[in-house]
Design a binder for this molecule. Structure first.
Ligand SMILES: Cc1ncc(COP(=O)(O)O)c(C=O)c1O
Length: 385
């Protein structure tokens, strides 16, 4: 299989696996235990926390370990907004469901939410975010990079706008972390979500950076782990793997980004040159290194994915979560794409483990699958396909 769905999940890096194994075999202590086995587990968690902190520009004590990006987003959004009655949150229309759903929950609890739009290029204008901030705003949440079209937002400009208005900024950096440099302190971000399985770590681990001095109301309550912000016995093996994946990502980010983006550019150029009536969705340059997101008129994205799968190629239409709801992409709709473009969209996400030969083979498969599907397309006449 040629795996080109790295935005959905990534293969576990050998070094991450190596860091996990001792905690799946002999070393099984609870990090809260006082005895030697417990202390060994606590040391592993502390070492991993330091590596996560280094990747995101945080101090280790500012890192709250969670079960993943979804939980981190819930803690940030529910935790900050619920600290005040009837508060107001500003977010965008192109966020992941893991931001949109907690925001909808807040509305059902009597809080207010403003959702700022994005341009046709998938970029959110920081001025629109600033204009949406009101006297009662307790939090702004703008994603660092989009999971569908891969557009990278100007988080420094959004943070500056939030600072002018004295409102903390949360950024969902699940897709951006480990791919583009992100230094929470330098950017002026107050809360930042990251996830292990998007960067070569195992599933079931993630983190929320919480700037010193901020204290979200906990969502998961119990024994008081993670400074009381996230109770529950730590998933030591997954955390150890996550920490190591962060270290690998930090070491290799610049080289990987250059190699991955050159493969992506070759694919984009190949599609533009060989598949008529196709387009690239999202800004051409302000995007994640591995993201190529296309619209092929006259083709249904789901049919294309099935055809590509028959050729041994794994791709996606967008967010893995939307598969469960079968909804049209809210991101592409917010960007103003037409129905036929949305229906014909395909996301190809390249990772550092992929090779140029794999990408070239995927292009050949794409050319033939799109042509095959267009031969039986009901839109053949409409677009002269
Ligand atoms: C932008 C974004 N936020 C949040 C999540 C959820 O992260 P997790 O799978 O770790 O819960 C994802 C996963 O697809 C994502 O892409």
């Amino acid at each position: 299989m040629i795996y080109l769905d790295n935005a959905a999940s990534t293969p576990v890096h050998e070094r991450a696996l190596g860091a996990m194994m001792p905690h799946l075999r002999g070393s099984f202590g609870n990090p809260s235990s006082i005895h030697r086995s417990g202390r060994e587990a606590a040391r592993a968690v502390a070492a991993a926390r330091a590596k996560v902190a280094a990747l995101v520009g945080a101090a280790p004590h500012e890192v709250v370990l969670t079960s993943g990006g979804t939980e981190s987003n819930n803690l940030a959004i529910l935790g900050i907004a619920r600290a005040r009655p009837r508060s107001h949150v500003v977010t965008t229309q192109i966020e992941h469901e893991a931001v949109l759903e907690p925001c909808a929950q807040l509305e059902s609890e009597g809080h207010a939410v403003t959702r700022v739009g994005a341009g046709r290029d998938g970029i959110v204008d920081p001025a629109d975010v600033e204009a949406a901030i009101a006297p009662g705003t307790s939090l702004v949440s703008v994603m660092a990079a989009n999971n569908e079209v891969g557009t990278v937002q100007d988080i420094a400009a959004v943070a500056a706008a939030c600072a002018r208005r004295g409102v903390p900024l949360h950024t969902d950096a699940v897709q951006a972390a480990g791919k583009v440099p992100l230094d929470a302190a330098r950017l002026g971000v107050s809360l930042m979500s990251v996830s292990s399985h998007k960067i070569g770590g195992p599933k079931g681990a993630g983190a929320l950076y919480v700037r010193d001095g901020l204290r979200p109301v906990p969502v998961v309550r119990g024994g008081g782990q993670e400074r009381g912000l996230r109770s529950g016995t730590e998933n030591v093996a997954a955390i150890a793997g996550f920490g190591e994946a962060c270290a690998v990502a930090a070491e290799r980010m610049a080289g990987d980004a250059a190699r991955v983006s050159s493969m992506r550019d070759a694919l984009v150029a190949g599609v533009a040159g060989r598949i008529p009536h196709s387009s690239l969705n999202g800004d051409a340059s302000r995007r994640l290194p591995g993201n190529a997101h296309f619209a092929f008129l006259g083709v249904r994205g789901e049919d294309l994915i099935i055809k590509l799968d028959e050729h041994g190629i794994a791709a996606s239409t967008g967010s893995a979560c939307s598969v469960h709801t079968q909804k049209e992409s809210h991101v592409l709709r917010a960007m103003g794409l037409g129905r036929d473009e949305i229906d014909g969209s395909l996301r190809v996400t390249i990772g550092p483990q992929n090779t140029r030969a794999e990408v070239d083979e995927a292009l050949e498969a794409l050319v033939s699958c799109v042509a095959e599907l267009r031969r039986v397309s009901p839109l053949r006449q409409k677009y002269g396909l």
